[in-house]
Design a protein around this ligand. Structure first.
Ligand code: NAD
Length: 513
């Protein structure tokens, strides 16, 4: 870590040996248990965090509720200016924050920087959006009447996020919520609390410089019990939760029981269909990056390749050859392709998944392995594996958050491949590799992919912030980031104004007194 300048990065981001993991825009107050953050890169203890207690949570919610009363009155373009300044601060801290993401989460340095770039991009998007929170106007059926709709801020937005995008997912939510006039309470993953503290420090500086109330952006740290306080809290009209489908099912029910809104971004089981008309070179690059990038720990990671039988052997051989080139090791070293899994638990799940795939009749094409010894002290480094399998295998139906790629064979027309692709409970990302227009268009049609993301001639991972991001079925149905995703952070109001001197009723109803 020393040679990669981690210490300097931590100092720049205001991370100390012991940190307060509960804060509003300006104040820190934590009195919960100590949470230790270990790096999966080298197994070292990075820092300790004093987490949020139930009493601290109450203080945060009070600060957030009060801050909302002030923040909602600030015109949207002025709120956009705050987000613009936040984007500028992120630019200044890109290198340091990118390094921390890489060191605490374990993704490659380039991906760490990429995540911070995504934060900058969503800030830019949100600044423009702050002048475009449009409603519609309608023609009234009554004379001398005007009708329109407008969007108002919602209130406190609760953000619960996963470890694998420890900074970007929060910013997708926070940048939009802030221009929409909401205040945010964020609970980052307990596996990446320092990334949360670093982001909060950066945004808090901006709030402080603008003399804005504390509580516009709040951070709470801890495990799922903190998340439960939020999902049960009637003061939080919207819970945006990113993580496993298991978590999403609990969150959805809790929030629905109090008729709150939830925005769910849950697990995927993403596939690439490879037809006889595919460009094999592009397919191999897209599939390998999709399967091993972030060590298979993206919600959009490629888990399944559905390959036509006529080209199956050729594609499989090309993939096996490509996997031999992969360099697994310290993600801060830019020569490596694949970094570690997040923790020992994830390594165990990887091992179990490979065992189960074989037990169900799968054939290993590229062996898995867990690395040990020098440079692999954390015990979290695993070898990306390829298994020939059937879509019906139980293990293929599950999302295993690790670099395991299942090869599935199809015969006949692309309809058969689409049926296999859709035959899982998740519906996040999908792709087809083909130069055949009919196949590509069918894949994108109503009879095609049932996922929230469907791509042609690119892989399943690596979304841009301009589009709405999310998936169907057990992925949860939420949409974040670009397009009109902002609408979920606001409440819609329909207004009818009578500027005449009589009171005609709608639908021609007469009510004379
Ligand atoms: P996880 O579900 O274990 O945890 C996610 C967050 O939810 C954490 O902050 C955790 O503390 C909290 N949580 C857990 N149980 C809760 C409960 N009952 N109530 C309230 N909060 C609770 O997920 P993870 O291991 O951190 O992340 C990996 C998962 O996230 C994968 O399934 C991945 O596909 C998914 N993910 C999805 C997207 C997306 O946009 N669709 C993006 C990133 C990750």
């Amino acid at each position: 870590a020393t040679q990669f300048g981690i210490k300097e990065a931590l100092t720049q981001l205001g991370i100390q040996e012991i940190n307060e993991g509960t804060s509003t825009g300006i104040n820190n107050f934590s009195s919960g248990e100590i949470l230790e953050s270990f790096s999966p890169v080298d197994g070292a203890l990075i820092a300790k965090v004093t987490t949020t207690s139930a009493a601290d949570y109450e203080k945060v919610m009070q600060a957030a509720t009060e801050a909302f009363k002030v923040f909602r009155l600030i015109p949207a373009p002025k709120r956009g200016e705050i987000v613009r300044q936040f984007g500028e601060k992120l630019r200044q801290n890109k290198e340091a924050l990118g390094k921390l993401v890489s060191y605490e989460m374990g993704k490659s340095l380039q991906e760490g920087y990429g995540e911070v770039q995504e934060m900058i991009d969503i800030c830019d998007f949100a600044v423009g959006l702050s002048r475009q929170l449009h409603g519609l106007t309608m023609h009234s059926e009554r004379p001398n009447h005007r009708m329109y709709e407008q969007y108002h801020p919602l209130g406190v937005v609760g953000i619960i996020s996963a470890f694998n995008f420890p900074v970007a997912v929060w910013s997708w939510n926070a940048a939009l919520a802030l221009v929409c006039g909401d205040v945010c309470v964020w609970k980052p993953s307990e596996k990446t609390p320092l990334c949360g503290i670093a982001c909060q420090n950066i945004l808090a500086q901006v709030l402080q410089e603008n003399k804005l109330p504390e509580g516009i952006s709040c951070l709470i740290t801890g495990d799922y019990t903190m998340g439960e306080l939020m999902t049960n809290d009637g003061r939080i009209p919207l819970i945006s939760a990113t993580g496993s489908t298991r978590m999403g099912k609990i969150v959805a029910q809790t929030v629905a029981a109090r008729l709150g809104k939830s925005l769910l971004e849950l697990g995927g089981n993403n596939a690439i269909i490879v037809t006889p008309d595919a460009d094999i070179k592009m397919t191999v690059i897209g599939a390998v990056f999709g399967a091993v990038g972030t060590a298979g720990q993206r919600c959009t990671s490629t888990r399944r390749l559905i390959i036509h039988e006529n080209i199956y052997d050729k594609v499989a051989a090309a993939l096996v050859a490509a996997y031999q080139q992969l360099r697994i090791g310290n993600p801060l070293d830019e020569n490596n392709h694949v970094g570690p899994l997040i923790d020992a638990d994830a390594v165990e799940k990887y091992n179990k998944a490979l065992e189960r795939a074989v037990a169900e009749g799968g054939k290993i094409l590229v062996n898995g392995d867990v690395f040990s010894g020098e440079d692999y002290e954390s015990g979290c480094y695993v070898k990306p594996a390829i298994v020939e399998a059937e879509n019906s295998f139980e293990i293929v139906q599950c999302e295993t958050f690790a670099p395991i790629l299942y090869l599935l064979k199809y015969s006949g027309t692309v309809e058969n491949a689409i049926a296999i692709q859709n035959n899982v409970v998740q519906g996040l990302s999908s792709a087809i590799m083909t130069n055949n227009l009919r196949e590509a268009e069918l894949f994108l049609s109503t009879a095609g992919s049932d996922c929230g993301i469907a791509n042609v001639n690119i892989g399943t991972s690596g979304a841009e912030i301009g589009g709405a991001f999310g998936g169907e079925k057990e992925t949860g149905g939420g949409r974040e980031s670009g397009s009109d995703a902002w609408k979920v952070y606001m409440r819609r109001q329909t207004n009818t104004i009578n500027y005449g001197s009589t009171l005609p009723l709608a639908q021609g109803i007469k009510f004379d007194l």
